[in-house]
Design a protein around this ligand. Structure first.
Ligand code: NDP
Ligand code: 8X3
Length: 251
């Protein structure tokens, strides 16, 4: 990953799961990382681990709720380095309710975070991203087909897909690379956040082996480290034994 040496990477949602794993893998590849999320103490724990394992990596932390557009602009303006690579990773699902039972809070939180927050961050970064920059979008297999209880979450990841395609078309002349990564089942804090209950979260992965956050971070780092002439445009990652968001073989 020599091409990542000295690059600066901004990661949203770096306090756990896939974003956290990306932070470690970029630091291991010689990049400097700028890590954002709402939970500062979790970001500090990530920073400590990076400082212990990759002491030459420069780490910048910023507490950021991507739903707050003013805070997003302040955060981007206050970064210590240019943004060579943006990993738009912050996101969540809340609940598994059918449309008839959705709470307004769940609808608003998913749309505000996964769509509006993604747009606020991307809009703030584009004017300051140098030529040859790279934006990596954390999509999902949920963008392919809606499943029962997934209406809003699936819609947000379909929106991410549309935004990604438009962004790629808008930035080809700069050029800026745009990549969409669409994971299937990855065991992180995602299901705990979705169900608000560890037992229910564990049940999602019953009888099968989900991917780990590292599996996804490997794809992110692979995409980020290709030759300038080559863009990894779209990657779908499935757990072995998974054929779609809902078709999973369980032992
Ligand atoms: P985690 O719950 O482990 O991580 C989610 C991250 O997003 C956390 O760092 C959280 O930080 C951050 N986040 C949530 N809301 C906000 C907000 N308003 N502002 C800033 N940061 C926020 O789950 P994953 O690592 O699995 O999720 C990462 C991405 O991967 C998401 O976009 C998710 O949709 C996507 N994905 C996950 C899959 C899975 O099976 N796990 C599959 C496909 C896609 P904090 O709470 O500190 O703000
Ligand atoms: C998360 C994967 O299948 O739970 O994006 O929607 S799924």
């Amino acid at each position: 990953f020599a091409r990542l040496q000295g690059k600066s990477v901004l990661i949203t949602g770096a306090s756990s799961g896939i974003g956290e794993a990306c932070a470690y893998q970029f630091a291991a590849a010689g990049a400097n990382v700028m890590l954002t999320a709402r939970r500062r103490e979790r970001l500090e724990a990530v920073e400590q681990k990076i400082s212990a394992q990759w002491p030459t990596a420069k780490v910048h932390l910023a507490e950021l709720d991507v739903r707050n557009q003013e805070a997003v602009h302040k955060c981007i303006a206050g970064l210590p380095r240019q943004i060579d690579i943006l990993v738009n990773n912050a996101g969540l699902a809340l609940g598994i309710d059918p449309v008839s039972e959705l709470t307004s809070d769940a609808i608003d939180t998913m749309i505000d975070t996964n769509i509006k927050g993604l747009l606020y961050v991307t809009r703030a970064v584009l004017p300051v991203m140098p030529k040859g920059g790279h934006i990596i979008m954390m999509g999902s297999i949920a963008s392919i087909t809606g499943y029962p209880g997934g209406s809003v979450y699936c819609a947000t990841k379909s929106a991410l897909h549309s935004i990604t395609e438009a962004l790629r078309a808008e930035t080809i002349s700069v050029p800026i690379k745009v990549t969409e990564i669409r994971p299937g089942m990855v065991e992180t804090e995602f299901s705990v956040v979705r169900f608000g209950d560890k037992d229910k979260a564990d049940n999602v992965y019953r009888g099968m082996e989900p991917m780990t956050a590292d599996d996804v971070a490997e794809a992110v780092v692979f995409a980020a480290s290709r030759h300038p002439r080559c863009v990894v445009a779209d990657v779908m990652l499935l757990a072995c034994g998974q054929a779609s968001a809902t078709l999973v073989h369980r032992n």
